[in-house]
Design a protein. Structure first.
Length: 190
């Protein structure tokens, strides 16, 4: 956010209030929701763009609004007011192209774009640098942190194996999902 020509938080000064920056987070994934929380804490107005309308409650839980752009015009309207764009949407087999190159002209001058995936946003290699937006992408982020990634993966595997084994034998009949779901009834039983 330090690269942006505007200040993100909504601040009150002696002269007036500073307008709140608009953030567009593409994808209501864990990464998208966590980023939305951080943007919201910094005073931004956050919009999460996703294709699943069932994520409405998730978006509200982090202080964001959910947008579903069904047409190019709707997407351009959302982009036209975005000062920060963070793309986190990713499919297991590919990253969908969500913002084509021709829509980037809709962005306000000085927009910061961060694409955390192989290519949610179509930035062609032959494009001249312009002052209308600043683009950042790291295709191999997870490769820069191999020790942390290995530790997290090993911890997940240990917890999974510990959960599905009883008396040193594998028991796949165990309903290991149910204890993870919190309900009012489970609270009363404790």
């Amino acid at each position: 956010m330090s690269q942006s020509p505007i200040i993100a938080p909504q601040l009150f000064t002696a002269s007036s209030s500073i307008k709140q920056a608009n953030t567009l987070v593409i994808g209501a994934s864990i990464t998208g929701l966590q980023a939305s929380t951080i943007f919201k804490k910094n005073g931004c107005k956050v919009t999460i763009l996703d294709t699943n309308k069932d994520y409405q409650e998730l978006a509200h839980s982090v202080g964001a609004t959910l947008a579903i752009a069904k047409t190019d015009n709707e997407l351009q309207d959302i982009l036209s007011s975005s000062n920060f764009v963070l793309a986190t949407a990713q499919n297991i087999n590919y990253s969908p192209k969500i913002i084509p190159h021709y829509m980037l002209k809709s962005l306000p001058k000085g927009t910061i774009i961060v694409d955390t995936t192989p290519s949610n946003i179509d930035i062609s290699n032959n494009i001249e640098k312009t002052s209308s937006y600043y683009f950042y992408r790291n295709l191999y982020f997870e490769r820069l942190n191999p020790i942390t990634s290995s530790t997290l993966w090993a911890n997940n595997m240990l917890n999974l194996i510990t959960t599905i084994t009883t008396n040193n034998s594998l028991d796949l009949e165990i309903d290991y999902i149910k204890p993870m779901i919190f309900t009012q009834n489970s609270k009363e039983k404790q």
